[in-house]
Design a protein around this ligand. Structure first.
Ligand SMILES: NC(=O)c1ccc[n+]([C@@H]2O[C@H](COP(=O)([O-])OP(=O)(O)OC[C@H]3O[C@@H](n4cnc5c(N)ncnc54)[C@H](OP(=O)(O)O)[C@@H]3O)[C@@H](O)[C@H]2O)c1
Length: 262
């Protein structure tokens, strides 16, 4: 019998989509889980499923759009005597439309969840990992991180921040035993487009061609376990990422505008 303690992973945005798939993948690879999001019922159901895979899962209700939510979550985890080996910053959302017409509160929510909470949580969790000389952090960005995105401008910009932060932290921490992997999925079949109000976009109408969240999670986990700095899911998405990074803006801006249009 193996009595070695199971590593513990926190997944934010674990109530569905890519986060839930990452939690399953982590459980399959021997991790216990802390699941955090607003959707407590969904996470409780997931915890039962993870239990059948041999994992213990703790469910914590967290609205990461509220200032101070990351600190409250970190305190809640510490007060239970739990120590994280893996942090997966997955919670995120977008909003489609011309920037000047999007509800300002919605934009604030995007910035708070995608950028502020992710940054604060990472800052709070890293010192313990560095002190212990091991740990893995995953930042869920997007292929959107590689270029500006008309009709979803704040979302694309938020993911550029996540990628930039992730790459820099991976470099800073290279000699500490802590790795930072930025996962960049392309369009994935989750509730993302519905939540973003982008269900009618050219991109979303191609949904049947989108990758499943389980495949994204498998590729992400594999890359994180190997300590890779960036994981772009799938060949087409790698082409998109390279194009986004290196092609002239006069080409990428109108193409993205078209993909995000109705
Ligand atoms: N789907 C795609 O095409 C795609 C592509 C590239 C990158 N991504 C990224 O992948 C990540 C996961 O998205 P998804 O595709 O799985 O979409 P999803 O199905 O809409 O899941 C989003 C997750 O984020 C959580 N979340 C949203 N607002 C939150 C808040 N205020 N507090 C706490 N948690 C919150 C949601 O939980 P609750 O609503 O229960 O709080 C949910 O678990 C996001 O960072 C997204 O930007 C998605």
């Amino acid at each position: 019998m193996n009595d070695a303690p199971r590593p513990l992973a926190l997944v934010t945005g674990a109530s569905g989509g890519i986060g839930a798939a990452l939690a399953r993948e982590l459980a399959l690879h021997g991790h216990d889980l802390v699941l955090a999001a607003r959707g407590v019922e969904e996470m409780r159901a997931l915890a039962v499923e993870l239990g059948e895979l041999g994992a213990t899962a703790t469910v914590i209700a967290a609205d990461l759009s509220k200032p101070g939510a990351a600190a409250a979550l970190a305190e809640d985890i510490a007060s239970r005597g739990l120590m994280l080996d893996v942090l997966v910053n997955n919670a995120g959302l977008g909003a489609a439309g011309r920037f000047d017409r999007i509800d300002p509160d919605r934009i604030a929510e995007i910035l708070q969840v995608n950028i502020v909470a992710l940054t604060e949580l990472t800052r709070l969790v890293l010192p313990g990992m560095v002190a212990r000389g091991h740990g893995r952090v995953m930042m869920v960005a997007s292929v959107a991180a590689f270029q500006p995105g008309p009709r979803m401008a704040a979302y694309f910009a938020s993911k550029a921040y996540v990628l930039s932060l992730g790459e820099a932290l991976a470099y800073e921490l290279r000699a500490t035993g802590v790795t930072v992997t930025t996962l960049c999925p392309g369009a994935t079949a989750t509730k993302f487009f519905e939540v973003a109000g982008a269900n009618h976009s050219v991109m979303a109408r191609r949904l049947r061609r989108m990758m499943g969240a389980d495949r994204v999670a498998r590729l992400g986990y594999r890359g994180m376990a190997a300590g890779r700095r960036i994981v772009v899911t799938g060949t087409m998405n790698r082409v998109l990422a390279l194009t986004g990074r290196y092609a002239p803006r006069r080409l990428t801006l109108p193409v993205t505008d078209l993909l995000m249009s109705d």
